[in-house]
Write a protein that binds this ligand. Structure first.
Ligand code: NAD
Length: 486
């Protein structure tokens, strides 16, 4: 197994590395040092045309004649090769995203590898059915690939969110064009190196880097693409839905969230404090399912908020490359400024700042570091309670009883995830049913598994990532009727 460093910076099309047609590049910045760490190709429409042509050729050629079992073996190989290079790739993920190396190395990269392993296992188990119909017919279904899939992913979990799309798409026999976020293209490009090593036929996996407004938009509009699998901002998702209507592409959208984390007075309070902290500060709060609205019963609110604030104040930002760091750098200057703007709006609108609230540094005078921030006395109309901040900022809201907790939890256009902390098992199941969210965690938060579906209710999108449900989005059903009359 090779231990060579991962260095790809060009477009990956038809198993070849090539510069963009225009020759343009774009810088990749390390948010912990503000230094440019790479220049990668910046593609445009003509590069997208080339990637689509490669993906279609593969779809109708070598990829279509490979047995499902062999296809699955190749997909699993990607996972194995990812783990073999886990140190290098985790380093890249931390360098371009700013997340702690411990998260990249021990959570994200293994989860991405596991996703390839899991879906590779499904390849030869996706079957049709025979249907008892009227008349003398043999009627059966084939589950066929959708075709060329464009996977468009954001910058917060660059490799994992790519794996959630690429793995089931390939496992089901589609070909893929992957478009990473312009801030974090390095680990997606690494996937190209691994696909080459694993022996995928040319054009099965293509990786095109560039701006969302050019490359992303070109993919969404391209008549040669059959499906868009998108993760990102809700407003971008709405635009994609409008643009994809023109060619009636199939789409799945995993969008934003403003997830409630509810603490009832009978909860294990210490566990709930740990869960609330991890729910918002894991991944610097740049987590779509972050528990960014903490709903606490009024009778325990003061004590709870005091303890939570004390805990948040102890969490300090550190060098993301240090294995001991648990809280890294905000992913970009733009994101840092957006989060600081929300903090200012919280203060202006009358919320009480009980922890953090300011930019910080780690002794280098550089980097986009922020203090973990907690607001108390937040009301429903405030922007910090309604809008997705996508950063380490917690809005604490109180409630008088269970009905009010549920009403407040559901008072959002989003519906990605929710948490409930209680020792009362009946209440836990009751609340789980009442919450309008695609995932509900009881006495835990932010846990995921490749075998468990993940996706949104309401404006958090539609479709499910991971699990057997994902296979439905990457296959289409053909019904075959055979007349059996002599
Ligand atoms: P974004 O919507 O700005 O960008 C996401 C991707 O879309 C990027 O690759 C970007 O280049 C591309 N893009 C931008 N404009 C496009 C266009 N017009 N057409 C096609 N593609 C375009 O989102 P972001 O800021 O990178 O990511 C943060 C958002 O992602 C947050 O809202 C977060 O909640 C969401 N998110 C959701 C999930 C989930 O599973 N539901 C997971 C992670 C992140």
């Amino acid at each position: 197994m090779s231990s060579a460093a991962i260095t790809a910076k060009q477009l990956f099309i038809a198993n070849e590395w090539r510069p963009s047609t225009s020759g343009k590049t774009m810088p990749v910045v390390n948010p912990a040092t503000e230094e440019v760490i790479a220049e990668v190709a910046s593609a445009d429409r003509s590069d997208v045309d080339a990637a689509v042509a490669a993906a279609r050729t593969a779809l109708n050629g070598p990829w279509s004649v490979l047995s499902a079992r062999e296809r699955g073996r190749l997909v699993r190989q990607l996972g194995e090769r990812l783990m073999a290079r886990a140190d290098d790739i985790a380093r890249l993920e931390t360098l371009h995203n700013g997340k702690p190396i411990s998260e990249s190395r021990h959570i994200e990269i293994p989860a991405a590898a596991e996703c390839f392993e899991y879906f590779g296992g499904w390849s030869d188990k996706v079957t049709g059915e025979t249907i008892p119909v009227k008349g003398n017919h043999l009627t059966y279904t084939l589950r066929e690939p959708v075709g060329v899939v464009a996977a468009i992913v954001p910058w917060n979990f660059p490799l994992l969110l790519a794996a959630w799309k690429v793995a089931p798409a390939l496992a089901c026999g589609n070909t893929v064009i992957l478009k990473p976020a312009s801030q974090t293209p390095l680990t997606a490009l690494a996937l190209g190196e691994l696909a080459l090593e694993a022996g995928f036929p040319p054009g099965v996996l293509n990786i095109v880097t560039g701006a969302g407004s050019t490359v992303g938009q070109a993919l969404v509009e391209h008549p040669g693409i059959d499906k868009i699998a998108f993760t990102g901002d809700t407003s971008t998702g709405k635009g994609i839905m409008r643009s994809a209507a023109e060619t009636l592409k199939k789409i799945t959208l995993e969008l934003g969230g403003k997830s409630p984390n509810i603490v009832l007075p009978d909860a294990d309070i210490e566990a709930a404090i740990r869960g609330a902290t991890m729910g918002i500060f894991y991944g610097k709060g740049e987590v779509c399912a972050a528990g960014s609205r903490l709903l606490v019963d009024r009778s325990i609110k003061d004590e709870f908020v005091d303890k939570l604030a004390a805990r948040a104040k102890k969490m300090t930002a550190g060098d993301p490359m240090d294995p001991k760091t648990r809280f890294g750098a905000i992913s970009s200057r733009k994101q840092l400024e957006a989060v600081l703007d929300y903090i200012e709006s919280g203060k202006q609108e009358g919320a009480t700042l009980v922890a953090g609230g300011a930019r910080t540094d780690i002794g280098t005078g550089k980097g986009y570091f922020l203090q973990p921030t907690v607001f108390a006395d937040v009301t429903a109309s405030m922007r910090i309670s309604r809008e997705e901040i996508f950063g380490p900022v917690l809005a604490t809201i109180d409630f008088a009883d269970l009905d009010e907790a549920i009403a407040k939890a559901n008072d959002t256009p989003y519906g990605l995830a929710a948490g409930i902390w209680t020792r009362d098992i009946k209440k836990a199941h009751y609340v789980a049913r009442k919450l309008q969210a695609g995932t509900v965690w009881v006495n835990t938060y932010n846990v995921y598994d490749t075998a468990a579906p993940f996706g949104g209710y309401k404006q958090s999108g539609f479709g499910r990532e991971m699990s057997a449900h994902a296979l439905e989005h990457y296959t289409q059903i053909k019904t075959v009727w055979v007349d059996l009359n002599q």
